[in-house]
Design a protein around this ligand. Sequence first.
Ligand SMILES: [Zn+2]
Length: 63
Amino acid sequence: MAKKGARELVGMICQTCKSQNYVTERNKVNMAEKSEKSAKLQIKKYCKRCKKHTLHKETSKLK
Ligand SMILES: [Zn+2]
């Protein structure tokens, strides 16, 4: 069942200081099921540089 290549790594970038603090896996298949045009993820996460929770945006896929 588990197909390889369905997941892709994406970085999460702090929108305040633009530093990439997190790397996460995104499952293309699941994302496609949720909504046809899935907007980029925006999550509030803790940023070490800003020392507070900031909005993190998903970057384009990592290589
Ligand atoms: Zn930051």
